[in-house]
Write a protein that binds this ligand. Structure first.
Ligand code: SF4
Ligand code: SF4
Ligand code: SF4
Length: 451
């Protein structure tokens, strides 16, 4: 499904044209061709129109769908509200055939007919089911490595389940899978499934609406979230526009809010300016600044490590229970240290004495289903820690001994003699010393230790 009709709804073009822009850019980047059909009206909005007149609600929704059916396409929408309206219409008119006939009699005057055969898909559903996280990730030029991102689904993407049968209505994961594929760390938070509450604004309950907003935003702030992802313009309005209202009232909140398509656009190399992100009411600059800094750290990490392997270990963590050091030392967690590296905390890891506890026993490599293991990572970390001057005192001492004598211990001649063992031949220490120009090496080693 790479060619379809698009239904923007009212809110996106009227209030958030930058969302429309990012969705267009995203479709383009993923090779999807959209068709825009004339004659559409509001989907219509479920709660307000349906409460007044269910007949108008179903007729207008069926008319919109009939326009798409006549053109022969399936339909994708970037709006939860439109998605919910169309799904409800399809589900309702499937069983209420008398009502469908009445509506079709009316539609006949416009030479339209509603069959209900077209597929209606939300853009997040299209990304998840028709593209897939793997393909979406494969096109990312600048992933969100080290960024903590939370997702708000919005009720009407998931419920009511008889009409909408996409993700789990209470424990959804599919948008998170896309965000994870883009390299971010997805943050779970207690109020994830709480409605945005934006509807209360429409019925004059401003304080109630802000209370919903406040509860979720503080929860996100407590979980140190760098950005919140939404897939619905109404939810975006609540968390961006109404958060700005809370900020003006001096509430100490700052959670940048991004549409999923904006996140994808950024990952694919489009600039925030091109995507119109300066039109957000809550500044996304802190998010962009941290992202930039993390990218610099990632380049630094990539100089010494295969970051894709580190990422695999970070998400896997399967061999931790097999590590012999973990069994006796609760302070040693190789997976946590790899997680820190992946989060950009390179210097912190290099300064951590736990780096030196890895025995390089290769148990993890033997147990690893992907043939990765962590011993080589720790060996490299030790090498970098020495350069940084962060190592146990025994390391330069032993190194100096080796470089000057060629051994790490002098033979115990007395004990050897008592056991009838003859003297050993001279060591090749002098040869090593000469070969390696070791006076200079030792001097360098000593000066690191003094820093
Ligand atoms: S659900 Fe909202 S955005 Fe979508 S068409 Fe209706 S009013 Fe417009
Ligand atoms: S190599 Fe290091 S991390 Fe791997 S099992 Fe041995 S001690 Fe643990
Ligand atoms: S070494 Fe292998 S088993 Fe261990 S965490 Fe990494 S990928 Fe998983």
């Amino acid at each position: 499904m790479k060619e379809f009709a698009v239904f923007w709804g009212c809110t996106i073009p009227a209030r958030f044209p930058f969302i429309e822009k990012s969705v267009r850019v995203m479709f383009d980047d993923l090779g999807a061709q959209i068709h825009e059909l004339p004659g559409h009206t509001c989907c219509p909005e479920g709660t307000l129109v349906k409460a007044n007149d269910p007949d108008s609600f179903f007729t207008a929704a069926a008319r919109n769908l009939a326009i798409v059916e006549k053109a022969g396409w399936d339909l994708v929408t970037p709006c939860n509200g439109c998605y919910s309206t169309f799904k409800e219409c399809q589900s309702h008119l499937k069983t209420h055939w008398r009502e469908r006939d009445t509506i079709n009699d009316r539609l006949a005057t416009e030479d339209l007919h509603y069959d209900g055969t077209l597929q209606v898909v939300h853009f997040a559903e299209w990304l998840s089911e028709h593209m897939g996280p793997g393909l979406i990730a494969s096109k990312a030029k600048k992933p969100f490595w080290g960024m903590n991102i939370a997702v708000h689904y919005g009720c009407h993407l998931l419920r009511p389940q008889p009409a909408v049968k996409w993700d789990d209505p209470l424990h959804p994961t599919k948008v998170e899978a896309i965000v994870t594929a883009l390299g971010a760390t997805v943050v779970d938070y207690p109020t994830k499934m709480q409605c945005c509450g934006g509807y209360l604004d429409r019925v004059g309950e401003r304080e109630g609406s802000l209370a919903f907003n406040r509860r979720k935003l503080y929860d996100l702030q407590n979980h140190q979230v760098d950005a919140l992802i939404t897939v619905c313009p109404s939810c975006f309005q609540q968390f961006d526009l109404n958060q700005a209202a809370l900020q003006r009232a001096n509430e100490p909140i700052h959670i940048p809010v991004l549409y999923l398509s904006e996140l994808i656009g950024l990952a694919y190399g489009h600039s925030p300016d091109e995507l119109g992100m300066d039109m957000h009411r809550v500044s996304v600059q802190p998010f962009l600044d941290k992202w930039e800094a993390r990218s610099v750290e990632k380049s630094r990490l990539a100089q010494d490590f295969d970051v894709s392997l580190l990422n695999k270990c970070d998400t896997c963590r399967a061999c931790k229970d097999d590590c012999p050091v973990c069994k006796v030392d609760p302070k040693f967690d190789p997976c946590d240290m790899i997680g820190q590296l992946v989060s950009g905390e390179i210097d912190e890891v290099l300064d951590d004495p736990n780096v030196w506890k890895c025995l390089e026993c290769y148990t993890c490599l033997e147990m690893c289903h992907s043939d990765i293991g962590m011993a080589e990572t720790f060996r490299k970390l030790k090498e970098l820690a020495i350069v940084r001057g962060s190592r146990p005192d025994s390391i330069p001492q032993s190194y100096e001994m080796f470089m000057t004598t060629g051994t790490l211990g002098k033979p115990k001649e007395g004990a050897r003699k008592k056991l009838g063992l003859g003297p050993l031949p001279p060591t090749g220490g002098d040869a090593v010393k000469k070969l390696m120009g070791c006076d200079a090496v030792i001097a360098a080693c000593d000066s690191e230790g003094e820093e």
